[in-house]
Design a protein around this ligand. Structure first.
Ligand code: NAD
Length: 416
């Protein structure tokens, strides 16, 4: 499954509706054609101590502002994956109302196979090699799967060394002592929890009656589960790549996290805490009200979509539902809150971090969360308005808003 093809299908699905808003059809068509591909795709081979690693940065579109997006370290990173992820970033930043375009990068590597020193060397090599393409007003990377604040610190160091000056606003998701923002670590999960809150309010659902299954127990899955539980929702399942632990009455997330940190995998946690274990391939079929994919793309495909029992899917991973699966789910009446809305909290707090760095200031956690809540609520309400007015899906509504803003910026700039 090629995520770039999925991203193109999603873009193309709103083109005919959007086209009716534009008088100059030729300009519109040309803009869409430009948006179907990244503006720039940089591919490099990084040589570190005799070993070679393939590395990418895809810069999709910067009509709304500098490129913005994470750097992923994973064996499955590919040209198509970064191209798709950078396109989704353009729509996400646009939907959230942030002054950014979309970017994404990655290295083909399983970081678990590296020593800490090798990881540091590789991270620094990446930032050094791509330095000419980065900068606070050019392209602002951040963590993604298997990368974190420690890696951003190494990248910042290598980048600043190369350009000969401090430039903390070039990377977000940094450790607090190097200009990171309070609330960034939990931002994506927190943003997802705010979206869940808005959705439950719109649907008149009582939190204590909403049962949730979460696939992925990394940064996003863990924080979302913890914060949603604090809001009163019942988390019946959390899973990692080893499988899931399940309790129909609701899990205590802090307890699961401590056990996972101690025993390594949720498979081990299920044995140690005597919890029901669910195989990884059965996670999406869990009996629940809201299914939350928070791991990787292509989690819900045409092969398992029929097994989904939830009434709604809140996408916190990027691209977890394929277009074919979405068709099946939509026919079943299952609502999908798309990734570009569900996980927009991460890039929003990255934006707050960038603003703080550019000002040389620091925000209190309360300010970060108050402003994050406002951005997430606004985005949800805008999407919900279009869902109701056009009787369409949440993804189409979100795309109609987000893609239009980018097209308008392209036309205003006279880039066509
Ligand atoms: P992470 O590396 O911290 O966690 C990933 C988790 O997914 C791990 O628990 C891993 O075990 C689990 N996983 C992998 N394969 C699985 C499988 N087959 N079944 C169940 N679990 C599986 O990564 P993260 O930062 O939490 O990112 C997760 C997703 O959220 C990615 O799609 C990422 O692009 C997206 N996202 C992350 C952020 C962020 O701020 N971290 C922001 C926006 C979107």
């Amino acid at each position: 499954m090629d995520p770039y093809k999925n991203a193109l299908t999603q873009l193309n699905s709103v083109v005919s509706v959007l086209g009716t808003d534009y008088e100059d059809q030729k300009a519109f068509d040309r803009t869409v054609k430009i948006l179907q591909r990244p503006q720039k795709l940089i591919v490099k081979e990084l040589a570190v101590k005799g070993k070679k690693y393939k590395a990418f940065r895809s810069q999709h579109n910067d009509a709304l502002g500098p490129f913005k997006g994470g750097i992923r370290f994973h064996p499955n990173v590919s040209r198509e994956e970064v191209m798709a992820l950078s396109m989704w970033m353009s729509w996400k930043c646009s939907l959230m109302g942030l002054p950014y375009g979309g970017g994404k990068g990655g290295i083909v590597i399983d970081p678990k196979t590296l020593t800490p020193k090798e990881l540091e060397n590789l991270s620094k090599k990446y930032a050094d090699s791509f330095a000419a393409h980065f900068g606070p007003w050019i392209d602002v990377p951040a963590p993604d799967v298997n990368t974190d604040g420690r890696i951003m610190a190494w990248m910042l160091e290598a980048y600043e060394k190369k350009i000969g000056q401090h430039a903390p606003a070039t990377f977000t998701g940094k450790p607090l002592s190097l200009g990171g923002s309070l609330g960034r670590e939990e931002a994506t999960g927190q943003g997802g929890a705010f979206v869940l809150e808005s959705y439950a309010k719109a649907k008149k659902l009582k939190p204590s009656k909403v049962y949730i299954a979460v696939q992925g127990f990394g940064n996003v899955g863990y924080w979302f589960s913890l914060l949603a539980q604090k809001m009163g929702y019942k988390i019946v399942l959390v899973s990692d790549s080893s499988g899931g632990v399940y309790d129909p009455k609701g899990l205590t997330i802090s307890k699961i996290k401590t056990a996972k940190d101690t025993y390594g995998s949720l498979l081990e946690v299920s044995k140690k805490l005597a919890l029901k274990f669910i195989n990884p391939e059965d996670v999406v079929a869990t009996k629940c009200d809201v299914l939350v994919p928070a791991a990787l793309e292509n989690a819900i495909t045409k092969d398992n979509a029929k097994t989904v029992k939830a009434m709604a899917i809140l996408e916190l991973a990027n691209g977890p539902t394929t277009p074919e699966a979405e068709e099946i789910l939509t026919k079943k009446g299952i609502e999908i809150i798309p990734d570009i809305l569900g996980n927009g909290g991460g890039v929003t707090v990255s934006y707050f971090e960038w603003v703080q760095n550019l000002h040389g200031s620091r925000w209190e956690l309360e300010r970060v969360n108050t402003e994050l809540k406002q951005v997430m609520n606004n985005a949800f309400n805008e999407v919900y308005k279009v869902v109701r007015a056009k009787k369409t899906t949440y993804r189409k509504a979100a795309y109609l808003i987000a893609v239009k803003r980018v097209i308008d910026a392209m036309i205003l700039r006279g880039r066509i």
